[in-house]
Write a protein that binds this ligand. Sequence first.
Ligand SMILES: Cc1cc2nc3c(=O)[nH]c(=O)nc-3n(C[C@H](O)[C@H](O)[C@H](O)COP(=O)(O)OP(=O)(O)OC[C@H]3O[C@@H](n4cnc5c(N)ncnc54)[C@H](O)[C@@H]3O)c2cc1C
Length: 395
Amino acid sequence: MNADSDRAIDHSHTEPVPQEDSRGYQPRQMVLLGAGHAHLHVLQQLAASPLVGARINLVAPQPRQLYSGLLPGFVAGRYALEECVLHLEPLVRRAGIRWLTRSVRGLDAATQTVLFDDGSTLHYDWLSVNTGPVQNRSRIEETMPGAREHALFVRPMETFAALWPKVAEMGANKALRIGVIGAGAAGIELAMAVRQRLPNSAITLLSGDAPAGAAYPPKAQNLMQAALKARRITLIQDSAVGVKSGEVILQSGARLACDVPLIAIGAQAPPWLEASGLALDPQGFIAVDANQRSTSHANVFAAGDVSTRQDRPLARSGVYAVRAGPALAHNLAAVVAGQNLKVHQPPARSLNLLSCGDGRAIAIYGKLAAQGRWVWWLKDYIDRKFAGRYSDQPG
Ligand SMILES: Cc1cc2nc3c(=O)[nH]c(=O)nc-3n(C[C@H](O)[C@H](O)[C@H](O)COP(=O)(O)OP(=O)(O)OC[C@H]3O[C@@H](n4cnc5c(N)ncnc54)[C@H](O)[C@@H]3O)c2cc1C
């Protein structure tokens, strides 16, 4: 790493307060919270055209970001973990901004202050939030006592990716009983990925009070359910209401013998938003307008799964988070320069690609759905291309 990059990247936990230069000039602070899909694009834009008039701070707890589109392939054993990694350091270095390797724990929109996990704070003039969804363990524990102690959570993905190889190793020596809890796209993909990796395991997919893939149109749902059955995955339409060592308790009163309960239920809003003072939607996500700007605070922007556009609620998905990047990069530069903001027009529909784990995949576009090897090739190509955009190794 050269001297310039040393100056640009700050891994320390000191000096969160803006510094005056020798002329007494105190730069205005822009804080980018999280290195989600939209912020990766913002970093690329900053490298191409630096922003004058503000000091940019990226807050991201990990030096890398795991790309979720490739994660089921990692579980299936098709990709090494390194192939699923987007390294932040080269992006931060090229963007020439300050990087704080911390996690946000609180936000006060009234005083324009972010609170970090180490107790330090940072003042901002402008804030952009792209921290993605979480699996709120406290809330999940309320509806599923024992989950915290006995279950494996898909998010944070870093933790999941560190624990999964241990499960795979156990499963190589003994036929495991695995219960995937949550049958949205991620749960369905993960169940099929586990089948590929652990052919002798008994896999059950719990879909709650609706059938597996219920958010999708009928043709796609039928394809997904047929694909699961063809891979010997037992589908149960029932909810987990408790987890104990060796079993999952179901709402019907039945008990599912289970060595590894894997929690893949829908993503929730981060709890630290609750007391932030920002306008939130009923699920607790940041309410934004057509410019991705908070509906309550004009100096706050939000993109990706942590936000909801009030006039057009969206299905949360990485595809939309990626598409949000260009408009966000424009709007952050525009707000600093006092120029007009751009309307972010999310696509009316997008192509969804679900891996079946074994070199086949399902494509869904609107009401249309298809499956085959060619869909897998397409998914593999698109996902690798996306990861490749950000795949420079650290310097
Ligand atoms: C197994 C799985 C497979 C998936 N496959 C697909 C797919 O194929 N296609 C698709 O469109 N979607 C897919 N999704 C959904 C997709 O992951 C999300 O929609 C997408 O990641 C949301 O992007 P984002 O930019 O909002 O946030 P994220 O990608 O989640 O990024 C959030 C960033 O914020 C950081 N962060 C989080 N908390 C904090 C904090 N407190 N302080 C500071 N930084 C923080 C994180 O480290 C990360 O850098 C999948 C999800 C899962 C679980």
